[in-house]
Design a protein around this ligand. Structure first.
Ligand code: ADP
Length: 293
């Protein structure tokens, strides 16, 4: 069973003629509401991909919190350890222009109240999946406890920020995109050299997602490179979260790294064919159908 510990936000998106300037009011389109947050997105991706998933996050005692709980439960994610706290549920306020430019304000709200003491008994779990949208002390404490309990700790180091060395030593699989890789490893050398530098600081495996170029993974003694799975792209929102969720689902079912990367590559590409993050996430059957072709 995978324990996904991280953020959950309600995404509120409005189409605007241009990004609002200081002091200005713009009239936008209707509000489009969607469940989001990297933690919840990855939990849903892993659940739809057939993983057994428990989500640990902090939500407010409000309507947004109920909406987010339902979106997790609908795909079979166990929400028994979700914490209801005295803060509003996290929200992302997203403006999108006709040119596709966006401006986003994130209100962390309840996510900032996820604390080290909220970690449940880890006995049922084999994998712990973390991101960086919850407090740094909480992420570090969870990784340390997960590692100590013998779980495989998968960290998606997004959004980008520098990490302390102790956290890196508790990570089994680190997943980053190119921007996050440069934040963590510096700009010197190519992607492989950067990934190798990062791996030397602790993680057994470093996976780098390369957008339409696919992904690269480094483990002891080997580098795996996979091209992206070619699809008609509608919206890449949620591609990264789907990649990480499917990877964790496959790893938790005992798949070898290369097989899990193939499934994640197919899953992330399928997510690009649908609008929105969670609604576009593929089922296990859809991933398998394309894997065996
Ligand atoms: P992020 O969105 O987190 O920056 P990436 O852009 O690297 O992450 O995308 C994550 C994964 O999604 C990629 O490794 C790839 O497998 C898949 N992906 C992204 N863009 C495309 C695309 N245009 N076509 C097919 N797959 C894609």
């Amino acid at each position: 069973v995978i324990l996904v510990a991280g953020s959950a936000n309600l995404d509120l998106t409005v189409a605007v003629p241009h990004i609002v300037r200081p002091g200005e009011t713009v009239i936008g389109g209707d509000t489009v509401t969607a469940p989001g947050g990297k933690g919840a997105n990855q939990a849903v991706a892993a659940g739809r991909a057939g993983g057994r998933v428990t989500f640990l996050g902090a939500l407010g005692r409000d309507a947004a919190g109920q909406t987010l709980l339902s979106s997790l439960q609908e795909v079979g994610v166990d929400t028994a350890c979700v914490q209801l706290v005295d803060a509003p549920t996290g929200a992302a306020y997203i403006s999108v222009t006709p040119e596709g430019e966006n401006a986003i304000t994130v209100s962390s709200g309840a996510n900032a109240h996820l604390l080290p003491e909220h970690l449940p008994d880890l006995t049922p779990f084999t994998h712990l999946l973390l991101q960086l949208e919850t407090p740094p002390e909480t992420v570090s404490a969870f990784a340390q406890a997960g590692h100590a309990a013998g779980l495989s700790v998968v960290l998606n180091a997004a959004p980008a920020r520098p990490l302390d060395e102790q956290l890196l030593r508790h990570v089994s699989v680190l997943v980053v995109n190119e921007g996050e890789l440069q934040t963590l490893a510096g700009e010197e050398g190519g992607t492989e050299a950067q990934a190798a530098r990062l791996r030397a600081r602790g993680p057994q495996t470093v996976v780098v997602t390369l957008g339409a170029q696919g992904c690269l993974a480094q483990t002891a003694g080997s580098t795996i490179r996979l091209p992206a799975f070619r699809v008609e792209v509608t919206d890449t929102t949620g591609a990264g979260d789907t990649f990480v969720g499917v990877l964790a689902a496959w790893l938790s079912q005992g798949a070898p790294l290369e097989g899990a990367l193939q499934a994640a590559t197919v899953g992330a590409a399928l997510a690009c064919t649908q609008p929105g993050a969670q609604p576009g996430m593929p089922t296990r059957a859809a991933i398998l159908a394309h894997l065996t072709r």
